[in-house]
Design a protein around this ligand. Structure first.
Ligand SMILES: *Cc1c(COP(=O)(O)O)cnc(C)c1O
Length: 398
């Protein structure tokens, strides 16, 4: 195998894979074809039963997720956002309380804190994992801190041992936002079973995606499990008797039945993503790609201890050229997305918390340098070569 990038491109063109030059960021249609018969059978059963809310399908899926994650309890929720909200409600978080979390993530983590009248206190991220930097965690803790909410972003766990160390020392509960990380592991333990609560989302583009919204809370404390289950149905403890004020946070039977068909495939799909990420990175080098340190493109770290499941495959672009790469990929019909362009401390609606540019430099740098590229398991060999070739060419300034 020669390392001459021109030779590699000739090989790519010889493949004559017509699909290779159009690469969506995510294509769920192929996955659906592989499970369609089972999905139609289980959903048809539900249509015949006309029983749509909670019930045996939701219970079966809850049991399956609890077993998969290794948690004692799993409670099906209407979304990942509602899972986060209910976990915080079960701890009684409200006005006057702080929740420490990452500024570089999806909106809902801080949004749920705000909706409870509490304050999100941000802790900057580690530039390698994009997750809360444990070295900066202790200084974010105040006497008002009622929870720490690390995010396992893009399919990779936060460095949980030191985070849990700080939390245990101060007696503060930990709510894992594992919405992008079902199946990810930290030192052999599954995401969502490391802290006190795991929050999951089954939004269609997550690694385990439903046919609509859905979520889950995993928890080991029986008391907290009961409370979350009660909050899910307006805080009732017996029908029409309300001990708490909750919400309608229920998971549909249809979603649970479909997700239960998909769950046994999750590890396989995750392996496909891991393999694709490694292959694209390898081809990038083979095609003469230039690394981040030399002004090119950086790839996410993969280690044994952090079993990354690549819900997103996020690269870093040096030299202020991220938006230029985004345009280039668009022209070449390669799907891509920026997760996330504005860190949470700079969101307009959180201005009352007083965040300003420069407060969390790593989060701000990540927001300006990162780009997600295709990694879904069904990518063809030609598509991977096309993506890697396009990136390598760009990284050399061509
Ligand atoms: C998707 C996601 C959520 C919210 O999940 P929904 O089901 O869309 O409400 C929360 N946190 C992260 C990191 C997510 O990716």
């Amino acid at each position: 195998m020669t390392s001459d990038p021109r030779f590699a491109y000739a090989r790519l063109r010889m493949r004559k894979d017509p699909q290779a030059v159009i690469v969506p960021l995510l294509d769920l249609k192929q996955q659906y074809q592989s499970i369609k018969d089972r999905v139609l059978a289980v959903t048809n059963d539900i249509y015949e039963s006309q029983s749509f809310i909670l019930g045996p399908r939701v219970e079966a899926f809850e049991r399956a997720v609890a077993d998969y994650v290794g948690a004692r309890f799993a409670i099906g929720m209407s979304s990942g956002t509602d899972a986060q909200l209910a976990a915080m409600m079960s701890l009684g978080i409200g006005p006057g309380d702080d929740v420490v979390t990452s500024p570089y993530t999806f909106f809902s983590s801080a949004g749920a804190v705000y909706r409870l009248g509490a304050r999100a206190v941000f802790c900057d991220i580690d530039p390698v994992t994009f997750n809360v930097d444990p070295a900066k965690l202790a200084e974010a803790i105040t006497p008002r801190t009622k929870a720490i909410q690390p995010i396992h972003l893009f399919g990779q766990c936060a460095d949980m041992d030191p985070i849990l160390g700080v939390a245990r020392q101060k007696g503060i509960p930990v709510i894992e936002d594992a919405c992008q990380s079902l199946g990810a592991e930290y030192k052999g333990k599954k995401a969502g079973n490391l802290g006190d609560f795991g929050c999951f989302s089954f939004f269609p583009s997550k690694n385990l995606g439903g046919f609509g919204d859905g979520g889950m809370v995993t928890v080991n404390s029986e008391d907290l499990a009961q409370r979350v289950r009660s909050l899910r149905t307006h805080g009732q403890t017996a029908q029409y008797f309300h001990k708490y004020v909750g919400g309608n946070f229920r998971l549909d039977a249809l979603q649970a039945a479909i997700l239960n068909v998909k769950l046994p495939h999750l590890d396989n799909w995750g392996e496909g993503r891991r393999k694709n990420a490694a292959e694209i990175e390898g081809l990038f080098s083979e095609f003469g790609g230039v690394g981040f340190g030399e002004g090119g493109i950086g790839f996410p770290r993969q280690t044994e201890a952090f079993h990354h499941v690549f819900n997103q495959f996020v690269i870093r672009v040096a030299g202020g050229r991220r938006d230029e790469l985004k345009r280039r990929l668009g022209e070449r019909q390669i799907g891509n997305a920026i997760y996330y362009p504005v860190p949470l401390h700079l969101q307009e609606c959180f201005a009352l918390w007083g965040g300003k540019p420069g407060d969390f430099p790593e989060a701000e740098r990540a927001a300006g340098e990162t780009l997600a590229i295709p990694v879904f398991p069904e990518l063809t060999a030609g598509q991977k070569e096309y993506v890697a070739f396009t990136l390598a060419q760009f990284s050399r300034g061509e």
